[in-house]
Design a protein around this ligand. Structure first.
Ligand code: ADP
Ligand code: MG
Length: 269
């Protein structure tokens, strides 16, 4: 007879539920059976349960963090063709993906380059890699986030809204250039940048390196102050390449039936 027959399994389930040990709850019955069959010492059984709880918790944490990050789907470092952007070093990007040092000190990453060059893809892929390492990330279109902060400001809750973003170790602001004129008239973005300065990291993508940023902030002094804070501790990736999409389309047309695969582009770049 199995040991589990002698004890009240329903009661165990209930207790584990109350204790929120859902990892243990998932595996205890099967593990207990194995332990009985193989004559495990009690400590080994306990260790295996604790191990499972840890695994389950970190899986759930990852899923929570992935969901809250709102990353565009399918953009991974594996799917990123580094040969298409020869001016950036894969080793450097991989080091950034490992996180730790720069995220820890709230340093920034700025990605510049024309549309279609892979800025959003790389930003999302880095975000995903960092979430896998346990960091919390939020990916936002700059114009959407600015709009939200403007509403908060109108409700006299800007400070609270910015403080709420503190839980994200990395805030990805995609497409800084697309802040509209109307949005630029307020200083919410500047407030955000100032609040995170030297504490929490930002990854900003933009079509234009700094030159056009005057359109993003209310006045020149604020533009300069914002740039100053952003670049103080930052890595800049310049991705001056042709549009990946356009390149792929051209390859396809030229290749007379050859598929515009990444391999094709690799071969010609
Ligand atoms: P950007 O944000 O610079 O305008 P995107 O990151 O949106 O460019 O890239 C446009 C499309 O091309 C996306 O579907 C992206 O996944 C793809 N892409 C761009 N660069 C690369 C690359 N180096 N490797 C693989 N896919 C790429
Ligand atoms: Mg983009």
């Amino acid at each position: 007879m199995k040991t589990t027959d002698k004890i009240d399994a329903a009661r165990i389930e209930l207790l584990l539920g109350e204790l929120r040990l859902s990892g243990v709850r998932l595996v205890w019955a099967a593990l207990a059976e194995t332990a009985d069959k193989e004559g495990w010492p009690a400590a080994r059984f306990l260790a295996a349960l604790a191990e499972q709880e840890m695994v389950e918790r970190s899986r759930r944490r990852f899923e929570r963090h992935l969901e809250e990050a709102r990353l565009p789907p399918g953009k991974t470092l594996d799917a990123f063709d580094f040969a298409a952007v020869p001016m950036i070093s894969k080793a450097q990007v991989m080091a950034l993906a490992a996180g730790d040092a720069w995220i820890d000190k709230g340093a920034n990453l700025l990605c510049f380059g024309p549309p279609g060059g892979g800025k959003s893809h790389l930003a999302a892929a880095l975000g995903l890699a960092l979430i896998e390492k346990g960091w919390r990330v939020l990916f936002a279109r700059t114009t959407d986030l600015v709009q939200k902060l403007q509403i908060a400001r109108r409700d006299l809750a800007l400070e609270a809204a910015i403080a709420k973003l503190d839980k994200y170790h990395l805030l990805i602001l995609d497409d800084l250039a697309y802040v509209t004129k109307d949005q630029a008239e307020t200083s919410v973005l500047f407030e955000l940048i100032s609040a995170r300065y030297e504490r929490r990291s930002m990854l900003i993508t933009a079509n234009q390196p700094f030159g056009e940023w005057g359109k993003v902030f209310p006045d020149q002094a604020m533009t300069l102050a914002a740039i100053d804070r952003l670049v103080h501790h930052s890595t800049i990736l310049e991705m001056n390449v042709d549009s990946y999409r356009r390149k792929a389309a051209v390859e396809k047309a030229r290749g007379a039936g050859r598929p515009a695969t990444r391999a094709t582009i690799k071969g010609t770049s």
